[in-house]
Design a protein around this ligand. Sequence first.
Ligand code: HEM
Length: 148
Amino acid sequence: MMETTNADIDMSSLKSALATTSLSQQMISFANSTFRLAATAISRLQQQQRCEAELASLAHLPEYSLEQVSWHDRQDDCWIVLNDKVYNVTKLIHNHPGGLEVMMEQAGRDATLAFRSVGHSINAIEQVDEFLIGILPAKERMYLRSAK
Ligand code: HEM
């Protein structure tokens, strides 16, 4: 019969300690994934709530389709779309710090990506409200989508 030595006992407690550590690591990793999933779900929910709140605050505005916006593509009658909202920028284009030309390239169009790619300041982003006149119809919206 084999004798159990001190070395065997040490090995066995080492193995059991390793198994416990590995189990704890798996549990921590599982908890981390669950936490990340919950955080993503909460963030999506908050984003949706902000979107619903914004839609409610815009409900009084008339709807203009992209086609209707396209009719206003002149220096004396210039509309653009930013984030599904319609802006009459006729009064801005001649004083626009970025110049008239860039604005006229977007006249009558969805200028969301062009506006974002410039990296306008918070001040500029706040200024746009002044020119708001309407919103796109629900079927043409890309950003302000209701979950209802
Ligand atoms: C209602 C709409 C818009 C408002 C109120 C607005 C406002 C401004 C303001 C205040 C600036 C000065 C810099 C800053 O504060 O960021 C600026 C710069 C500029 N904007 Fe706009 N903008 C509008 C739309 C657009 C659009 C549609 C374009 C198209 C690409 C555009 C292109 C530029 C460019 C190229 C500059 C110069 C950036 C620079 O020199 O660094 N803007 N705009």
